[in-house]
Structure formats: C-alpha cells, structure tokens
Design a protein around this ligand. Sequence first.
Ligand SMILES: NC(=O)c1ccc[n+]([C@@H]2O[C@H](COP(=O)([O-])OP(=O)(O)OC[C@H]3O[C@@H](n4cnc5c(N)ncnc54)[C@H](OP(=O)(O)O)[C@@H]3O)[C@@H](O)[C@H]2O)c1
Length: 326
Amino acid sequence: MHQNVECFWMTPPTLLEIAITGAFSYTGKYLAPLLLARGHKVLTLTNHPDSSNPLIHQIRVAPYRFDEPEKLAASLAGCDVLVNTYWVRFPHGAMTFERAVENTRTLINAAKSAGVRRIVHVSIANASLDSPLAYYSGKARLEEAVRNSGLSFAILRPTVIFGREDILINNIAWFVRRFPFFAVPGDGRYGIQPIFVGDMAALLADAAERTDDYAIDAVGPEAYSFNDLVALIAKTIGRPARIVHAPAPVAYVATRAMGWFLRDTVLTWEEYRGLMDDLLVSRDIPAATALVAQSLGASAKSLAMWLDENRATLGVHYASEVARHF
Ligand SMILES: NC(=O)c1ccc[n+]([C@@H]2O[C@H](COP(=O)([O-])OP(=O)(O)OC[C@H]3O[C@@H](n4cnc5c(N)ncnc54)[C@H](OP(=O)(O)O)[C@@H]3O)[C@@H](O)[C@H]2O)c1
C-alpha cells in the first residue's frame, strides 16, 4: 500500500523534537547530525552511548528499557516523531527475531502513550507476512503494527545500506583482499540494489518532516548482479576477481567455518536465501520510486563512486556484527 506518495511536503518544516534509535550505531549516526543541522532537537534511544562521539553533547540520550515500558514512554515524552531503526540482523543467544518484534511493539506503544504523533519506521524491501524467512516476516508484522498504531507513519524499506560502517560490502572486500578466489553461491545473477547511508538518512529526515502516510522502498540508483558487485569491488581495490560459483550449502558451510575463526556470523542461511531469492532488489511501484528520486535528486550517491572514494580503506579490517552488537 503506497498512499499519497507524490504530495504532502510539509513546507517549511516545523522544528520538531525527534526521537531516533541508534545515534551512535550505523544509520542513526548519519541521521542525528542531519536532523540537528535542520534545526530539530534529537533524543536517541541506545544501549551503546559513545562518549567519544561529539554528538553526545548535542542530543539527549536514553536507554532502550524494553522491560520498563513506562520509563521508555517517559523518555519519549515531548517528542513529536520517532524514527525507528531498531532490529537485530540475526538471532544470537537470548536475542531472537521474536524478541525484536516484541521489543519494537513495546517501543511503538510507548511512543503512542508518550504523545508521539508520527513514526518513521525502517523495514526491509520485500518484507512479507508469508515469507519463510523470519527476518522478512518479522519486518512485515512490524509494518502492520505501525500501520495499525493510529499514528501518522512512513515506512522505508532499504535492501543494503552502504557506507563506512557497513558490514556486507566491507567484508566482501575483506575476503577479496585476503583469499585467492571468492566463492559466490549459485549462479550469482541475483541482484543487489544498495543505498548510500547518507541518502538513507536524508530519506528518513524528509520522512520525519512530512505528515502523510506512505511506505516506499529506499534504494539507490543502481542495481548490480552479485557477480558484478564482487567484480566491481575487486577492480576498485585492485585485486583480481577470481569468482568461483559454489552450491549455496557449500558456500554457507565455508562462511560458517570462517565465522568460527572470526568469532562472528559472517552470513546467515536466511541471508543467503534472501540474496539468492532476489529480495535485495526493489519491485516498488513507479510513484514510490519517484518519491525517492524527488528526495535525493541528482545527489544520490552511486556505489561505484563511493567505492572509488573509499578504495584505500575498504575491507582492510573485518567488520564484525557480533562484536558490534552482542
Ligand atoms: N544495514 C543494512 O544494510 C540494512 C539493510 C536492510 C535493512 N536494514 C534495516 O535498517 C535499520 C537500520 O540498520 P542499521 O544497520 O543502521 O542498524 P544499527 O544502527 O546497527 O542498529 C539499529 C538499532 O538497533 C539496535 N540493535 C542492532 N542490533 C542489535 C542487537 N543484536 N541487540 C540489541 N539491539 C540491537 C542498535 O542498538 P545500539 O544503539 O545499542 O547499538 C541500534 O539502536 C534496521 O531496521 C535494519 O533492519 C539495514
């Protein structure tokens, strides 16, 4: 459902108090300065406040407190909008997708009881209640919770968000730098349509300032096949792209083994499935695509350009999800 995606710019934007999740994590780190630059006040919910980040002196910081919903609501009091990026990439220990769904429901309810008027929610492209993949079905259930919340809403659905703190593209480069060949699961012809984290932040900031309800895929201007993506990364960092096509279970076992050495989960089986089922490309309607283009205009960052700008550092260090979040 994509409502009224062509209109409703709130001009000029009213100055708002905006709660965002994860201002010291990934997407939120780009969103917070943008909102401040536009004159808004920012509160962040996080379990990892970073005292070395200058942002800490410019925004209010509160813990997530999913187990104390009244305190969570009290933290959100006075906020006009909640921008929610909270989610987990994969289950680990006591943290499951089911827990992440419940925590997000608690957050939505806390926002509502605190008097927040609008929620901007980050989902994923091709989220579906029928999906056999718990990441995608969990995200679809939360889209439903947002729509039924009674709050004004925008739902943004990225595929892969690239930027300096990104994990997937950085780690492809890390493998390409260290190994004589790169194992691509299946034929590698499935697609990937990433968006630059700065552009994602701009779409979120615009969504926070708007008043209309809509749901759109948040994707960048280029789509690559996975083969082409690996080849582009290899070319950019000056390594040979020796792609070997392997059956998905074989590639998965290899990444499981690497994960054991790296003390990380390199890629989950669900992520293999999502990638190979072509879920990392947008199938959105033209009006929604037009809204993304209208918001970003010619300034949308191309992956090729960003890779080139970051060729010296890309994949030099492995990026670990487990170290970052668990
Ligand atoms: N990154 C991508 O390529 C990508 C692709 C498609 C969709 N998305 C969606 O975009 C949103 C933002 O992604 P992001 O990569 O920018 O996320 P992120 O900043 O790494 O994390 C977002 C928030 O979730 C919390 N969080 C993440 N993992 C957690 C865990 N295991 N346990 C507890 N809390 C956890 C973080 O907590 P702290 O503040 O305490 O760190 C942060 O507040 C997410 O909803 C994600 O599903 C991302």
